[in-house]
Design a protein. Sequence first.
Length: 132
Amino acid sequence: EVVERILVASGLDIESANTVIDWGTYLDLYCIFEAGRIDKKKLITFWIKFFDRAMRGTVPERDYLTVLEQLVRGNALKDPSATTKLFAEMFQTMMDKAGCLDEQRSIVNEKLADAFEKEAIDIQLLCSALGR
C-alpha cells in the first residue's frame, strides 16, 4: 500500500498498464526519500496526497496510523513492531499539537499543509521515515 501511495502522490495513474516513471518523477522521488531535498510546496503537496489519495480533505485516524506504521516498517519486517507503532503514534501527537486533527482525530489536509509550511511539523521526518 505504501508503494501505491507514493506512486499516486507522484501523480502517476496506477490503474493504467501504460504508466511509466519518467526521469523527472524518478528524480523527484530520489530527492524526497534519499536526498531529502525538493521544493517545499511540491513536498507538501506530495505528503498531503500520500495521506489522502482521493483528496477528500480529511484522513481518518485508522487510515493514517496504518500508513504511517507501514511507511516506517518498510519491507524489513513482516508485522508491525512496537517501534513502528510508536513512530505512528508520535507523529499523530505532533499533528495533534500542531492543530492538524479534527474532533475525530482525522487529519485535516489544509491544517497539515499549513503546519508543514510554518514548520510546526518537520516534514523531513516523513522523508527520512521510509523503511527499507
